[in-house]
Design a protein around this ligand. Structure first.
Ligand code: UDP
Length: 459
């Protein structure tokens, strides 16, 4: 039996609880309402902010470019070309007409096209609200299906004069699809981010494009390079993994080129490797100078996560050899966390004696690994692989330089924006100026000088 006072206390407690929970619910509802209002406000101010930046930017750029554009327009008119309006799809796939200046196919015309002066009249579209300064690329009607519009999430943003995909393609690091870059932009865009894209567009403009005219193999300073994209390279590697013929892949950057210039054995190995791919901005610039366009910057660090994903999909296995003690194990941890189906066949640091070497080779052969990554730095890793390949029993192997140091978290990698302007080497230089000054400050100049000399010789 409950006593009267206890009963009263219980009722009071229940009543208080009810009141508090009612008040709590009310408060929660109020809080949610405020949140929604704030959110709407933020979205609005971002949209308004972006529109204000677009209008101010379009007016400023329009005025600044007038002294250049007016004579260019007169010149184009005199050749019977002038202004043109091409049909495009804008926000919500609404059609609009985008202004452009038609340029004659002459030296001056091509130079103006490189500087994108033909696109300047589209500033009028920005003012009208058809376009933004930054946004996904504008597309022609019929170029992109409705489904694609949805995948790209471009339905509620205006197309831009400058886009993320455009920058990445020029910096040779557009590894994904344009739809992915569009969706990434739409999901993460901010006014500040837009400004950063505009700044990155300036150097990107000078890198040029020219993927269409690229041949499958190019020779630079006597080195044969397979001119492949990241995807194509991965496909070839998976062919080795699935097939009977093993292969060695060499990454070739400006520094490797300089080493190879004095090292005949290294040169031989690169030219004999099943695949040699162009790594970094130096090679891209060399390709430009020699009119042999490099399709993409195929470097180990960007390839690694894609390689793991491809191997993971087919239950593959990998051996990690190289770097300081513990580093390869940390990379194995990185792989296990993200690709549990990818078997780590083994790890071994890169500091062993000549006497220990046969043991290392045996360890790899017995591990049954399909893929072997060797991080000793160039050229040692490539020479070591070429020499030991027949005894290693792996299907695919490559020297990956400082890759383990990055993925173990030992050394931070340059942020994406720096890689997008082809300046990863500046980051590495700042990290280790004493070790890197010779490689980058002297090496890059020497390399480009040699390339220029080849061009002047007509090579
Ligand atoms: N390394 C090694 N054994 C050696 C010398 C170096 O395993 O005898 C490793 C070193 O720890 C580093 C990598 O090789 O992880 C070389 O990195 P570096 O940044 O020089 O390579 P890059 O990418 O510049 O060719």
């Amino acid at each position: 039996m409950e006593s009267g006072t206890e009963n009263g206390k219980r009722l009071l407690a229940e009543e208080l609880e009810r009141r508090f929970s009612r008040r709590g619910a009310l408060r929660a509802r109020l809080r949610r309402a405020v949140q929604v209002l704030l959110w709407l406000g933020v979205v609005q101010t971002t949209a308004l902010g972006k529109r204000a930046v677009d209008i101010a930017g379009a007016i400023l750029l329009g005025v600044l470019s007038l002294p250049l554009m007016a004579p260019l327009w007169l010149w184009s008119n005199a050749r019977g070309l002038g202004l043109d309006r091409r049909p495009r799809l804008g926000r919500w796939a609404v059609p609009y007409r985008e202004w452009q200046l038609l340029l004659p196919d002459s030296r001056l015309g091509r130079l103006a096209a490189v500087l994108h002066l033909n696109a300047v009249p589209a500033l009028w579209n920005v003012l009208r609200g058809d376009m933004s300064l930054v946004g996904p690329r504008s597309v022609a009607p019929g170029e992109v299906s409705m489904a694609e519009h949805l995948v790209r999430r471009r339905h509620n943003v205006r197309p831009g004069l400058v886009c993320l995909w455009w920058i990445r393609r020029r910096a040779n690091i557009a590894y994904g699809t344009e739809a992915e870059a569009d969706a990434e932009y739409v999901d993460t865009r901010t006014v500040k981010g837009d400004l950063a894209i505009v700044l990155r567009a300036l150097p990107a403009m000078l890198y040029g494009e020219g993927i269409a005219s690229a041949s499958d193999e190019v020779t630079i300073l006597g080195m044969r390079i397979n001119n492949l994209t990241m995807e194509e390279t991965l496909d070839r590697l998976m062919e080795w993994v699935d097939g009977d013929t093993p292969g060695q892949l060499c990454f070739l950057n400006a520094d490797c080129m300089n080493i190879a210039f004095h090292n005949a054995r290294y040169r031989e190995i690169i030219n004999a490797a099943a695949l040699t791919v162009a790594d970094g901005l130096g090679l891209k610039l060399a390709g430009k100078i020699l009119r042999r366009d490099i399709r993409q910057n195929v470097n180990g660090t960007d390839m690694f996560p894609r390689l793991c994903a491809a191997l993971d999909g087919r239950g593959g296995s990998v051996f990690l050899l190289g770097a300081k003690p513990g580093v390869a194990d940390a990379v194995a941890g990185w792989i296990r966390e993200r690709h549990p189906a990818l078997r780590i066949a083994g790890t071994r640091n890169g500091y062993f004696t000549a006497e220990e070497e046969p043991g290392v080779v045996r360890q790899i052969a017995e591990s049954g690994a399909q893929l072997l990554l060797v991080a000793f730095g160039a050229p040692r890793q490539d020479l070591w692989l070429a020499e030991n390949m027949p005894r290693l029993g792996v299907r695919a192997a490559m020297g990956v330089g400082g890759l383990f140091d990055f993925y173990s978290g030992r050394v931070p990698r340059a942020p994406l924006w720096m890689r997008e302007i082809g300046m990863e080497w500046v980051f590495r230089f700042i990290q280790e100026p004493r070790r890197m000054w010779r490689r980058y400050l002297v090496g890059n100049v020497v390399f480009l000088w040699r390339v220029l000399a080849q061009r002047l010789r007509g090579g």
